[in-house]
Design a protein around this ligand. Structure first.
Ligand SMILES: [Zn+2]
Length: 646
């Protein structure tokens, strides 16, 4: 029987659409799961959704739907996103699954029967967004110490879990098992901030709302969401049935979690398992955050990047590559459009894409009947061959530490060496002398072979690109692309015609940045609905009044600042044959060079007027943000300039 490998992501809270930060954890888990499968492991890759709790109940109420309807709709969006990102999970658990709910009741009952859960009264503070209990002294300026948001005073009859009983066992676990938490810095954080100062018993039931799993022997209580959520890692395997799937995969080899939930996974979760007499997971890996313009990506900051927009524009592999390459796993990393396009151009289009298409094109051109067997080695060959031979071990080393970025840089070292090898060996000069054919054959063979090895090892990270590379090199025989074959240098042979299509097209940085900003802004303005609080409602108008406003789509041709004004931009706009000049007070939100190419919404029948000596014939529609900056209204797909809006 194969060795097993059980890997989990956090189960996500479906209170909103997922952003690229969630995708980051899941793509990392997927890369590791795929890698382990290639290495021959029997992998169980679990992800899912954490669907109970006060926050969900409130959101559903605000929308006028049941909590179940609310989560169902978001969960289907999450599943679509994982499909788009090619996430190869084996099991998707929802905490609203009947089997999970029954298992939670069994767990609660077992802990109660054992005396590890008892009834008392809770008085303290609760952070609903985090679903966390806090004592007065833990609060930070009266706010949640995790997220900085306001907390609510809570006083209710509650059940408690004897967390304090497991304090010493937890300290021992941390001290005797330094690999339990990765990176190790997070272990010190837990020891110093929580374990050594002393653990309080944990409140594990709520009575003020009912969207949760009822306590089996006292159904006016629902089980605290974290008890419900953490248990998913065992209920997904069939627990409380300890045979079968559970016996096969538990304990988990690794729980991947964001650093903000390390505390729940390294204190509450192991204590629960100790209380249930179950083995502990081998490792909890708390990775960093993907940061965006000096802060954690979050809905409330308005800096949420929609992964769907990025995938549709650049392809899934480019996004997966970027996430895994740009951030050393464990640390925080930065997301920016510039960095994304930079990686696509430098690493994917230039280094990898060019190498593949040049090599494929040269083989096709110089040896249309295939590479001859007669070959001649020469000096620069050995370095490339050695590097390629060492590559599988180096990828193993990186993956063993969850250093995806390091594994990828090793792969790119071979790609870089191969490109240099082309410059050193100048195949186009060799091709001029027929007597150099054996040398030329050797050069192209070594290149094809280095690429073959690279393409095999890229499979955990990129899911479509390897097959495109195989098509480019005519690698149609599966034995030449299986994982183990990357360890042998010298197998390359084309068994199908070579196809030379570019693997990654190069992007125009400035143009891409402008359209990406527009796309993501448009996406954010659609996603961002005003909270119901204090949105003033303008007086109603009749449909006729609305019809008086003529709106059309225009395309910005050029744009410049208006002299003597900090606020005004003057744009020339193609309205479908006719060109208009329009002045807009958007200079604090847009640079003139960001404007050309944008599709904008124009009020065309506004009476023309002169502003600062310039005629303005119409108006661009904008949405204003809370800070006074604005984003232009645009359309979600290309529409011909001049198109009417109704
Ligand atoms: Zn909080």
């Amino acid at each position: 029987m194969n060795k097993t490998f059980y890997i989990t992501t956090p189960i996500y809270y479906p209170s909103d659409k997922l952003h690229i930060g969630h995708s980051y954890t899941t793509v990392a888990a997927d890369a590791l799961a795929r890698y382990k499968r290639f290495c021959g492991y029997d992998v169980m890759f679990l992800t899912g959704t954490d669907e109970h709790g006060q926050k969900i109940q409130r959101k559903a109420e605000a929308k006028g739907v049941t909590p179940q309807q609310y989560v169902d709709q978001i969960v289907s969006g999450i599943k679509e996103l994982w499909q788009l990102l090619d996430i190869s999970y084996d099991r998707f658990i929802r905490t609203t699954d009947a089997a999970h709910e029954a298992a939670i009741q069994a767990i609660f009952q077992k802990l109660y029967d054992k005396g590890d859960i008892y009834k008392s009264e809770y008085e303290g503070w609760y952070c609903t967004p985090c679903e966390s209990f806090w004592t007065e002294t833990q609060l930070n300026d009266g706010q949640c110490p995790d997220c900085g948001r306001p907390v609510e005073k809570t006083r209710e009859e509650s059940y408690f879990f004897r967390l304090s009983k497991y304090q010493q066992q937890l300290i021992d676990l941390f001290e005797q098992n330094p690999d339990f938490i990765q990176p190790p810095s997070r272990a010190n954080e837990m020891l110093n901030n929580f374990l050594r100062p002393g653990l309080d018993d944990l409140c594990v039931s709520r009575t003020t709302f009912n969207w949760g799993v009822p306590v089996p022997f006292d159904p006016k209580h629902v089980v605290y969401v974290w008890i419900d959520a953490l248990s998913n890692y065992i209920t997904a395997l069939g627990y409380p049935d300890e045979e079968g799937v559970f016996a096969r995969y538990w304990p988990a080899d690794i729980h991947l979690v964001g650093k903000e939930i390390v505390r729940f996974h390294t204190i509450i979760w192991p204590a629960m398992l100790m209380a249930l007499d179950l083995p502990l997971p081998k490792q909890v890996f708390g990775h960093g955050w993907l940061l965006f313009r000096d802060g954690k990506m979050s809905k409330s900051r308005g800096n949420v990047i929609d992964p769907v927009v990025l995938c549709e524009r650049y392809g899934v592999d480019a996004i997966r590559y970027f996430l895994l390459r740009e951030v050393p796993f464990g640390s925080d990393g930065n997301f920016s459009n510039e960095a994304l396009i930079g990686r696509i151009n430098a690493d994917l289009a230039n280094d990898l894409g060019n190498l593949v298409s040049r090599t494929s094109a040269m083989i096709t051109r110089y040896f249309p009947d295939g590479l001859p067997d007669q070959r001649q080695a020469a000096d620069p060959d050995q370095e490339l061959i050695d590097l390629s031979r060492q590559l599988p071990d180096k990828v193993d080393a990186g993956m063993g530490q969850l250093q995806f970025s390091q594994a990828l840089s090793e792969i790119w070292r071979v790609i870089g060496r191969s490109n240099k090898y082309i410059d050193e060996t100048t195949p186009w000069i060799l091709a001029r002398s027929p007597e150099m054919a054996p040398r030329l054959a050797s050069v192209l063979f070594n290149l094809a072979e280095a690429i073959r090895i690279v393409s095999i090892l890229l499979q955990p990270f990129m899911t479509a690109t390897p097959a495109r590379i195989w098509a480019a090199l005519g690698l149609a025989d599966a034995s030449l692309t299986d994982w183990a074959s990357a360890r042998t240098f010298g197998l390359y042979r084309a068994t199908a015609p070579l196809r030379s299509e570019p693997v990654f097209p190069r992007l125009d940085l400035d143009k891409e940045l402008a359209s990406l900003d527009a796309l993501l802004a448009a996406d954010a303005s659609v996603a961002k609905k005003p909270e119901p609080e204090t949105v003033p409602v303008p007086a109603e108008i009749a449909f006729d009044d609305f019809q008086k406003v003529a709106l059309r789509i225009g395309r910005v041709l050029s744009c410049e600042k208006v002299k003597g004004s900090d606020k005004l931009l003057c744009s020339q706009i193609d309205m479908g044959g006719q060109i208009r000049q329009i002045l807009s007070g958007i200079a604090e939100s847009y640079k003139p060079e960001e404007m050309p190419g944008r599709l904008v919404v124009v009020v065309t029948n506004l009476k023309p007027r002169k502003i600062r000596g310039l005629m303005s014939e119409g108006m661009l529609l904008c949405a204003t943000r809370a800070d006074g900056s604005c984003r232009l209204l645009t359309v979600d797909e290309a529409v011909e300039p001049g198109s009417e809006i109704s």
